[in-house]
Design a binder for this molecule. Structure first.
Ligand code: ACM
Length: 484
């Protein structure tokens, strides 16, 4: 029976010979520098007795750093041993593969039997992510950890958190308690939200780091700022706090760099996010600033670019910012399938990297179909096949292929309130995007993918997360693909 691996690996050779069987005596051999990854192994394979030195004995899962960088890995399985070799990040990706080859029985129950095989695998794109809007509706750390588990299982490596917007402010900032005290509890509609305390954000970043996932925090400026203006009147030209906002409109709020409070506010928030975040990037938003003259917008972005550089980080911004004089280490994130992409192409021709998040393929707040009860449809309906069947290298034919640094799915949460609603929009589309971003274009096809995807549903059920039974995947009855 074929293996239902997702993402499909670059190279897979199933070997003759007996399989490896996990048993009560199976040990994990992991050198000390892989402590973080060992925790991830226990989380996905169950607790294994762990030693740091390889004595060569059988009945072992061996994590073997090979001095490499990046996320390539080799997984070798025979009757005696399972060996995962690569850089620490590569080993984390290999462990995700091992979890799939050992965890998917025909009924989705862990079989503990791994067929003899050799997998050599590496990602297509260096950045493979998901943005979660924790403002329009707030999700606690426990939900975000389940999201990280999902990213890790499918080899995604970026969690972008949209932390600030008109409706709420979700991150504690030292010396500015009013941001969360006055704007932390509001969200879209009338529910009570919340925010990430410093220690919670730090715990989340560490949880992600153990899985070699980078957290990218977003401070969305100069628009999408009503929560800040409601918390601190000195950020408004009137000197008075604005009204709280719990609707779903966009484009009406802005920061004003001519006010004396604005630059210190930006420096404090960006400085704090940089201090708490080990990854290279801060996201500064830049989208949908509908009430600011172009020169003022470009000047604002110049200022923010400098403020990010002062923290030692690089910046990412939504595609509107492509028109600004961004530094060469910046990335722009394309999202609006209806907008003219020429400024993004021009920025790419100047050497700026591009992350592709085209709404019509990867905005997972779009409805699956016209009758779907959740989500929006301004970028069209996005069923699983629509998420899967596109090629990032040719999406914008004018874009130099080397400019494409990755793919990031996004879920905006104006109309997505609960954890079940969130996961039912992520699953199964995020898994389609994970394969798109990892596997070579030539190895992918919908006909191969759909039955493999269906075979993963028991894993999601076992993890206690909701998914949408898209007719595109499940409509023709239970597929007969299962795993060794
Ligand atoms: C966006 O969807 N406003 C980036």
């Amino acid at each position: 029976m074929p293996l239902a691996l997702i993402p499909t690996p670059t190279h897979l050779e199933e070997c003759e010979g007996a399989p490896f069987r996990f048993g009560p005596g199976t040990r994990l051999i992991a050198p000390p520098e892989l402590d973080g990854v060992a925790g991830f192994v226990w989380a996905v394979l169950g607790p294994l007795a762990t030693v740091t030195r390889d004595d060569g004995a059988a009945d072992a899962v061996v994590l073997r750093p090979d001095g490499g960088t990046g996320e390539a890995y080799t997984l070798t399985v025979d009757a005696d041993r399972v060996v995962v070799a690569g850089s620490p990040a590569g080993i984390a990706r290999g462990v995700a593969t091992l979890a799939q080859v050992s965890g998917l029985g025909t009924e989705g129950a862990p079989s503990g039997v791994v067929p003899a095989l050799v997998i050599r695998d590496e990602p297509r794109y260096e950045r493979r992510g998901l943005m979660v809007d924790v403002v329009r509706h707030f999700y606690p750390v426990s939900t975000l950890e389940r999201v990280i588990d999902l990213l890790a299982a499918y080899k995604l490596n970026v969690l972008h958190l949209h932390l600030t917007d008109d409706q709420g402010w979700r991150i504690e900032v030292p010396g500015r308690p009013e941001l969360v005290e006055r704007s932390g509890r509001t969200q879209c509609g009338d529910g009570e939200a919340g925010w990430l305390r410093t220690e919670e954000y730090t715990r989340l970043v560490e949880y992600a780091a153990a899985r070699h996932i980078e957290v990218v925090p977003e401070l969305d400026v100069p628009g999408h700022v009503n929560a800040a203006l409601h918390a601190d009147g000195s950020l408004s030209p009137s000197g008075q706090p604005t009204e709280a906002y719990t609707g779903a409109d966009v484009g009406f709020s802005k920061l004003d760099l001519s006010l004396p409070a604005t630059a210190p506010f930006l420096a404090d928030v960006l400085g704090h996010l940089a201090d708490l975040t080990p990854g290279r990037y801060l996201h500064i938003g830049g989208d949908e600033v509908h009430r600011m003259p172009r020169d003022e917008y470009l000047g604002f972005l110049d200022h923010v670019s400098g403020a990010v550089a002062a923290t030692g980080k690089s910046l990412i911004a939504w595609q509107e910012a492509a028109a600004a004089g961004l530094p060469s280490d910046a990335l722009v994130q394309l999202w609006d399938s209806n907008a003219d992409p020429a400024p993004v192409v021009a920025a790419a021709q100047r050497g700026i990297g591009v992350v592709l998040s085209p709404g019509k393929h990867v905005y997972l707040d779009m409805k699956y179909d016209a009758d779907h009860p959740l989500g929006q449809d301004w970028a069209g309906t996005v069923d699983v096949r629509q998420s899967y069947e596109w090629d990032p290298d040719t999406y914008l034919p004018e874009l130099p292929a080397t400019a494409v640094r990755g793919v990031e799915a996004a879920i905006w949460t104006e109309f997505i309130a609960t954890e079940d609603e969130l996961f039912s929009m992520l699953l199964p589309r995020l898994v389609a995007i994970a394969e798109l971003a990892w596997s070579p274009q030539r190895s992918r096809s919908w006909e191969s993918f759909a039955p493999r995807l269906a075979a993963h549903a028991p894993l999601w059920t076992a993890a206690g997360v909701a998914f949408h039974e898209s007719e595109q995947v499940w409509g023709r009855g239970r597929p007969d693909v299962a795993v060794a």
